[in-house]
Write a protein that binds this ligand. Sequence first.
Ligand SMILES: Cc1cc2nc3c(=O)[nH]c(=O)nc-3n(C[C@H](O)[C@H](O)[C@H](O)COP(=O)(O)OP(=O)(O)OC[C@H]3O[C@@H](n4cnc5c(N)ncnc54)[C@H](O)[C@@H]3O)c2cc1C
Length: 483
Amino acid sequence: MPGGNLAAGIVVALGAGGTDAPVDASSPLTEPTRNPAPAPGPAPASTEGFLHEGALEIDRDGGRRGDGDTARIRVGAGVTAARVEQLAAAAGFMFPPLPSSARWATIGGMTANNAAGARSFRYGAMARWVEGVEGVTVSGDPIRLDPGSGLPGAVSSVLPGALPSRWPEVRKNSSGYGLDRWLRTGDPAQLAVGSEGTLLVVSHVTLRLTRRPPHRGVCLLPVHTPDQAGALAVAADELGATACEFLGRRLLDMTGLDGDPELGSLSRGALALFLLEFEGWDTSQVAEALGRAGDRGREIGGSAGLATTDPVLANRLWGLRHRASPLIAAMAGKGLYSTQFVEDSVVPPARLGAYLEGVDRILREEGLGMDAVVFGHAGDGNVHLNPLVDTDDAAWRDRVRAILDAVVELVVDLGGTLAGEHGDGRLRAPFIETVWGREAVASFRALKEAFDPDGLLNPGVILPSPGQDPLQGLRPRPRSWPG
Ligand SMILES: Cc1cc2nc3c(=O)[nH]c(=O)nc-3n(C[C@H](O)[C@H](O)[C@H](O)COP(=O)(O)OP(=O)(O)OC[C@H]3O[C@@H](n4cnc5c(N)ncnc54)[C@H](O)[C@@H]3O)c2cc1C
């Protein structure tokens, strides 16, 4: 990558125009090859634009070390996250909110859900990386939302001037509408992010990308009590970790880690294993961060754990985390179906321990000892709780309902929301007022009505239809795996 303080807006032609176009990150670029702006007028009726891959533009000014720190790319809503990451990586950048579902999650779906990935702990969720959203309104008119675009008058007139008095203070959220982000930034695109297809149909998204620091290290730290889990989640932020994930006891059992010659001593007797990742521009930065993490691990959980900068071992440790979903899905073979109805709650990290304790109690009392697997984004207080439902039990639906109601109450008590990255959908919409309170929901309704007065776009999503049952349509079944 040539150095120097070049002009902003240089464009790297990366596979522009088609999903299978070859990626060429090495071409010397003096002449911008910017994609033409979309023609004004109605959006195309075909799906072609949804798979559009734009050119990657690199901002040369203000960059760290003078070689450019930020880039942007405009893509169609149907392009996958994995493809964006591939395009970014070819030019030395990364797409920070890359989710575990990157191979099939589309940029439209991720924008609509305010999705996130493990590294969102440091880099933030989708909202932080969306620079502009283009799409179509319910009346079929094209709409563009970005910091310079302003909002349609009908929408601006209903937005609150300040946040509703009750607003959950969580690090990560994909429940409700992004009024907080809109009020903080004045950027109308933030209303589209997390709107779950209820305000507009997204056709294109302009994403910001950032430089990929070249050095990484990972450490695995055990905790033995819920309190220790909460303390380590908070410490991970102070330590500057890029990611802070955890694997709960049940998942550790499923991985068979206790018998592992290298990792078994950390896993045995642990309530959970935490995986912390650190990045740096030089190796000493990473080594120092890993050293500090080991010290904090010893103070909190009694062990400095295992730390590595070896990419092979680091990948193996990440692999433990990535095996979570397939391992859980495999329980279907034993008649236990991982059922996602309380799978995405988020609480302030300092309350993670209280949440884990509360969930244990609920599964015991309301689920009558229902088996469940927990893992997720500990540093953000975002827990993927996966009850394993025995559908041969005639009362499974009643138990699921009782667990759902109790978890909602717990999350509200702890000041959280029911969705950190998966959105409300129709499942969580009936609880929106319980979680957010009347004032916030009144603002949500006003926003929805301004965009979609007849309620045609994704009815019952985020805001419930009258009498909506959260469990309608819930069918535990083995998850199918793309590719
Ligand atoms: C195994 C597994 C792992 C996962 N890991 C993660 C993870 O790490 N992080 C994470 O955030 N999520 C994760 N998810 C959830 C899911 O993959 C993401 O939320 C993703 O963002 C959904 O993208 P999608 O393209 O599948 O969207 P869909 O599920 O098809 O849609 C999601 C929502 O967006 C709306 N929508 C979709 N496209 C548009 C559009 N063009 N315009 C307007 N609205 C639209 C839909 O109506 C819907 O409300 C995971 C799911 C699974 C099954």
